[in-house]
Design a protein around this ligand. Sequence first.
Ligand code: ARG
Length: 651
Amino acid sequence: MNLLSLIRQRFAPALSELVPDVSPLLDMIRPAQDAKFGDFQANFAMPLAKQLGKPPREVAQQVLDRLDLSDFCEPPEIAGPGFINVRLRADFVASRIQQIAGDDRLGYQPVALPRHVVVDFSSPNVAKPMHVGHLRSTVIGDAICRTLRFVGHKVTSDNHIGDWGTQFGMIIYGYRHFRDDASWQASPVGELARLYKLVNQLSDYHATTAKLPLLQKAVTEAREKLAQLQAQAVADDKVKKQLSAMKKDVTTADAELSAAVASIARIQDSPSLLASANAHPDIARKAREETARLHAGDPENNALWNQFLPSCLEALNQIYRRLGISFDLTLGESHYNPMLPGVVESLKSRGLAKLSEGATCVFLEGNAAPFIVQKTDGAYTYATTDLATILYRRESLKADEVLYVVDKRQSEHFQQLFATTLLWGISGLKLQHVSFGTVMGNDNKPYKTRAGDTVGLESLLDEAISRARRIVDENDDRRETPLLTPEDRARVSEIVGLGGIKYADLHHSRDSDYVFDWDKMLATTGDTATYMQYAYARVCGIFRRLQIDRTAMKTQGVPVLLNTPEERRLAMQLLMFGYAIDSVLNDYRPHLLTAWLFDTADAFSQFFDRCSVQNAESEELQKSRLILCDLMARAIHTGLSLLGIQVAEIM
Ligand code: ARG
C-alpha cells in the first residue's frame, strides 16, 4: 500500500468525529518537505480551526486525542501554528524494507478494481516522416500505458494514425505525376516521403507567390508607421512603448517577407523544380480533389491507398521498434470511415447537429466556434471521426476510460468533443485529454534544423546514440582494463542515448514547453536517465567486486539496520515508491515518477558516500547495506522500465 494512503486512512475516522467532510482535509496530509519535520505533515489545522471556531493548535490537539498511530509511528507532534508532524517508527521502516526486499514490485499491490483504459497516443499522420514533435505523445503515452498496466489495469494502446487525411491526396497526385519508378522499387517509403515533400513544396510555392504582394505591402506599411512615430520624437513613455511595439512589427513583417522570398527562391533556383511548379499551377486544388475521390470510394485511388499504406506503416514501425514501443491496436482514421454517415445522422436525429451555412454543426454553449461534423462540400471532419472512435471504443472495446495524449494546441477540439459526447448520451466513459507542450530549440522556438526544417525522428535517435557512444567510450577507456566489448558498447550506447531522449521529455511537467538540449540530456549527474543508469550500474559493480550474487539478496531475510540518517532516508525513499506511482496516475503525470527516481538516486548517492559497504563495521551491517543497494537498483530498474527506459549492468 501507498504509505500516505495508510496515514490518511488513519486520520479519516479521527477527523470525521469533528467535521462531516474530511476529504479536503485529508488531501492536506502530505509527505514532509524536510526530514526534520518527520516523514509526513498534516497541514489542515487552519481550515479546521475556521470550521470549528477554535485556535488551530487546539484543534490539532483534538485530532491527536482521537488518533492512534502507535503501531507504526512515533507519537505525532504539533509544530508552529498547528502542523502535525508524523514520523514512522524505525522498526516499522526496517521491517517494511525487509518485506519488500524480495519483491520486484517493491511492495506495490495490484488495484482491486481494474479499469479498461484505452490510451490513444503517438497517432501521427502517416505518409510523412515522423519528426521531433511526435516524440512527446509517443514517449508520454507509452509511459502511461506501462504504469497503468503495472498497477493492474487493463490497457489497450491504440495508435490512432492519420491515414485518411489530405496528405493522401498529395501523394496520390505526386505518384501520378512525379513518380520515379527506380526509387519506388528501391524504397517505397523514401519515394513517398519525397513525393509528399515535393507536392507540398510546389503547393507552398504557388500559395507564397500569391501572398507575396500582401507581405510586401505589410512591410512598407509597418516601416511607414515607424517612420511617422520616430518623426514625432517626443520621448514620453507612451511613445516609447508604441515605438518599441512598432519596431517589433517591422521585424516580424520583415522576417515573414524574407522567409517567403527564400522559399520562393528555393524553387526558382532549381530549373527542374521551377519547371514542375509551372507545369502544375493548380496542384493544391487537384491534390484536394484526389483526397475527395479517395473518400468517395473511387476504386483507383483506393487501390493506390492500399498500395501505399503498408510502406507508411513500415516506416513508422521502424521507429517504434527502435524506441521499444508497441501498440495493441493501430486502427487509424480510415477504420471509422464507414461509420461517419451514421454518426452525423444520429447527431441530427437527436437534434444535436444542425445545418448552418451548408455545414452540419453541433453548437455548444460557451463556444464561439461550432463543432463541425460535415463540411459544406459533404466532407466529414476530424471531429466526426473522433466521435465515431468514441462510439467504437465504448461499444466494441467496452472501455471505461479513454486518454488522448495529444498536443495542447488541440485542447479546444477535445473540450468540444467531450461536451458533444456527453450530449450525445454516451455514458459510463471517462474521457481525458492528456495534453503536452512543444519541444523547443535553443532559440525558444519550436525545434528545427539549421535550415529551418522539422527535425526527423530517425536522425534524432541516431544522433542520441552516437553522442551516447562517445560518453560510453570515454568512460570505459578510463578504466585500467576496459570492461566492454565493441558490441557491449554499441548496446549500452543505445540504452543511454534512447533513455536520455525519453527521460528528457518525461521529466518536464507535460504541459510546459521544454528546450531540447543534448548536453543536459546526457549529463552524467543531475536529473537525467544517465544519472539513474549510473546508480544502477554502480550497485552492480559493488556486487561484482564483492563477488556476491545480487539475486541472492532477495531471499536472505537478514535484518535491516537503519542507524544513520542516510540509510533511513534511502529506506524512506524506497517505501515512497507506491505513493509516486499513485501520484503519476492521479493526473497522468510521468514527471512525478522521474522526480521520485531522482530523489532515490540522490538518496543513494549520499548513502553511498557516507556508509561504506565494503568496509562496513560488521558482517551484519554489510548485509543490511547490500539489501538497501540491491533494492535501490531494483527500484531504479522498475521505475525506469515504467518509463520505457532500460538499464545496463556495466556502463
Ligand atoms: N493525427 C492527429 C495529429 O497528428 C492526432 C490524433 C490524436 N488522436 C485523436 N483521437 N484525435 O494531429
